[in-house]
Design a binder for this molecule. Structure first.
Ligand SMILES: C[S@@+](CC[C@H](N)C(=O)[O-])C[C@H]1O[C@@H](n2cnc3c(N)ncnc32)[C@H](O)[C@@H]1O
Length: 215
């Protein structure tokens, strides 16, 4: 368990590295959807759930259990997961390509590292003990970019670093078979699959949380 007293690094995005696609950022399924709420309105939904007594930090609980000192929140959105991990003493960097989502994250936690970038081409110039693709990021990336996203996120892991993704299983998005094949071809070692962030067993449900380790 990371020490609660440890002070995470507060390096800025410029200090930790860069993305190799300055502007404009590549679009995603997320950016193409007009029916989705973004930014403060997206975040308000989570806040309301928290106020109603629900635990909105299942992903942070899950990731913290690996005792990482550093975590890449890949597709961080408004920063819900990264902010909670930081609060628990973990060094975090959040990356997203939606400026409205990042705007909320920056307003809520201006001292954290938020990077505007496309996960498919990310080059931060540093590694992390864990990376998390929370909140269905894998079904919101641009179709056809899934392998590139997984590859560049995995390349940001230390040896033994863990990559965790939770996403819905839907007909027109990456399947678990495709996900597992991509990870296997990258040399990532399977480290478990569950149906929830609370580690309920996976028995074919329409939502899966999957962990792999970089060996
Ligand atoms: C449903 S939101 C989840 C946000 C956050 N992880 C959470 O759990 O609250 C999906 C996020 O994935 C981001 N995303 C999709 N494709 C991306 C890509 N290629 N690079 C960076 N972010 C991406 C979107 O911009 C969006 O903020």
């Amino acid at each position: 368990m990371p020490s609660k007293e440890r002070q995470p690094s507060r390096k800025s995005a410029n200090q930790i590295g860069k993305t190799n696609n300055p502007k404009p950022l590549t679009s995603s399924r997320w950016s193409g959807r007009r029916d989705l709420v973004r930014g403060d309105r997206y975040d308000a939904r989570w806040e309301q759930l928290a106020e109603s007594g629900q635990n909105i930090h299942g992903e942070a609980d899950f990731v913290e259990a690996y005792n990482p000192l550093s975590v890449l929140d890949a597709g961080c959105g408004t920063g819900r997961v990264a902010m909670e991990l930081y609060r628990r003493g973990i060094d975090v960097v959040g990356v997203d390509l939606d400026e409205r989502m990042l705007g909320t994250a920056r307003r809520k936690a201006p001292n954290l590292s938020w990077v505007s970038g496309d996960l498919a081409t990310l080059e931060l110039g540093r590694t992390f003990d864990a990376a998390v693709l929370a909140g269905n990021v894998m079904i919101f990336v641009l179709p056809g970019s899934e392998r590139a996203v997984l590859n560049s996120v995995a390349n940001h892991l230390t040896t033994n670093g863990v990559l965790v993704a939770g996403f819905e299983i839907k007909p027109d998005t990456i399947s678990l078979e495709e996900y597992d094949l991509a990870m296997s071809e990258m040399g990532m070692e399977p480290a478990g699959r569950w149906s929830t962030w609370q580690r309920d067993p996976y028995q074919g449900q329409r939502y899966a949380v999957t962990a792999h380790r970089r060996v």
